[in-house]
Write a protein that binds this ligand. Structure first.
Ligand SMILES: *Cc1c(COP(=O)(O)O)cnc(C)c1O
Length: 397
């Protein structure tokens, strides 16, 4: 088989074999429903869920009772934003967010706007970071909640959430953070960042797809949420539905591994990312990094190649799996809303590629990928030159 390298770890990651091993028994003999109180099948499942809840909580510096299991970060964002808006309606009519948020935050907020909420969408600086002072200035007496992601899924830029959380707490505004990209890769601590609500997901940290959690603060202040799914009253009434026990077990295992290995792993992955950038910049002209390089996830590199159409480049690289934007928006030909929000022109946004590195990459993978990208960018540029040359000679005639 021809070699191919997966470099799209901001879209999803492979399941760690240790996570899969932890999950397998819960598809087999330990199949019980965690809500069955009358027999050992139920107790066994409940015990496994409790353990996973402690593992997820520990990685976030939370209390296990503050963890609500969901189907992933999209659902967590919906539950946080719509659930808090409904519960706090009497306290306000205004919400604040940032233009570079994931669709799973922007779309629920658009929904709330249709329901009568006023929504302020702030633009970050050209480095992708939002100045906390700009957030402070946007807060009004009737602001109920602010939602700012920790790390961006396209450009990997890390927001100064601790300063934002502190100022939201001071102003009596709920603070929600979409931490889907940062959780398990860099330190994310619900107390250090003073978050009231935080969304996380398993499949970005080598866990299974279809399982995530919402952190809902109970200590200091007890955050109220209106359930968006009515039913059996699971998860303290905040999210009904039979728990995905194997998925939750896998999520717990993925958190335990991420917690143990983060310190080493983040350094190793950052070195690989820097190696990739160094190779590309050494061999090619017109390579520019999108967003702050210093304040960025270790496993993200988003670069533009001057004069190159990114989707043509992706097609020319069947053996290097990269993306032109987020997995959710790459189906549309529209340039990335994140890249436009940090001030890129549509043409610059269309010449940008996202590389997502992670746990299973080696130096050799990175060298292979860099070599292939350099080859194809060079070939596409030479082709463009030939076409230009042909056109000009025709004009000369
Ligand atoms: C992946 C991602 C999501 C969506 O998570 P799912 O678990 O796939 O629903 C939301 N926000 C960010 C920042 C993400 O990277």
């Amino acid at each position: 088989m021809r070699r191919s390298v997966y470099l799209d770890c901001q879209a999803t990651t492979p399941v760690d074999p240790r996570v899969l091993d932890a999950m397998l028994p819960y598809f087999g003999e330990r199949f019980g429903n965690a809500a069955s109180r009358g027999h050992r099948f139920g107790w066994e499942a409940e015990k496994a869920v409790d353990r996973a809840r402690r593992q997820v909580a520990e990685l976030a510096g939370a209390d296990p009772r503050e963890i609500v299991f969901t189907s992933g970060a999209t659902e967590s964002n919906n539950l946080a934003l719509k659930g808090a808006a409904e519960a706090y309606r009497s306290r306000g009519d205004h919400l604040v967010t940032v233009a570079t948020e994931h669709r799973a935050v922007l779309d629920p907020l658009r929904h709330l706007q249709r329901m009568g909420w006023r929504v302020t969408v702030l633009d970050p600086g050209p480095d992708g970071r939002l100045d906390p002072d700009r957030l402070a200035a946007a807060i009004e007496p009737t602001t109920a909640l602010a939602s700012v992601m920790h790390a961006n899924n396209e450009i990997g830029v890390v927001q100064p959430i601790a300063a934002m959380g502190a100022l939201c707490r001071e102003r009596g505004v709920l603070f929600h953070c979409d931490a889907a990209q940062s959780f398990g890769k860099i330190r994310f601590d619900v107390d250090a960042a003073a978050v009231d609500l935080a969304s996380v997901t398993a499949h970005k940290i080598c866990g299974p797809k279809g399982v995530g959690a919402l952190y809902v603060r109970r200590r200091e202040r007890r955050v109220e949420l209106a359930a968006q799914m009515d039913g059996g009253g699971h998860e303290a009434g905040m999210r009904s539905g039979t728990l995905n026990v194997p998925g939750i077990v896998g999520f717990g295992a993925a958190c335990a591994i991420a917690g143990d290995e983060m310190a080493e792993e983040s350094k190793r992955v950052a070195r690989l990312r820097d190696r990739l950038l160094a190779r590309l910049s050494a061999a090619l002209e017109g390579v520019a990094v999108n967003g702050s390089l210093a304040s960025r996830l270790p496993g993200n590199l988003n670069v533009r190649f001057e004069g190159i159409d990114a989707s043509t480049l992706v097609t020319a690289l069947p053996d290097v799996a990269v993306s032109t934007g987020s997995a959710c928006s790459s189906a549309t030909p529209e340039p990335s809303h994140v890249l436009l929000a940090i001030g890129l022109s549509p043409a610059e946004a269309r010449s940008s590629i996202r590389f997502g590195l992670g746990r299973f990459h080696s130096e050799d993978d990175i060298d292979f990928a860099a070599g292939r990208v350099i080859e194809e960018v060079t070939r596409l540029r030479q082709r463009a030159l030939r076409i230009e040359h042909k056109c000009s000679t025709m004009e000369d005639l």
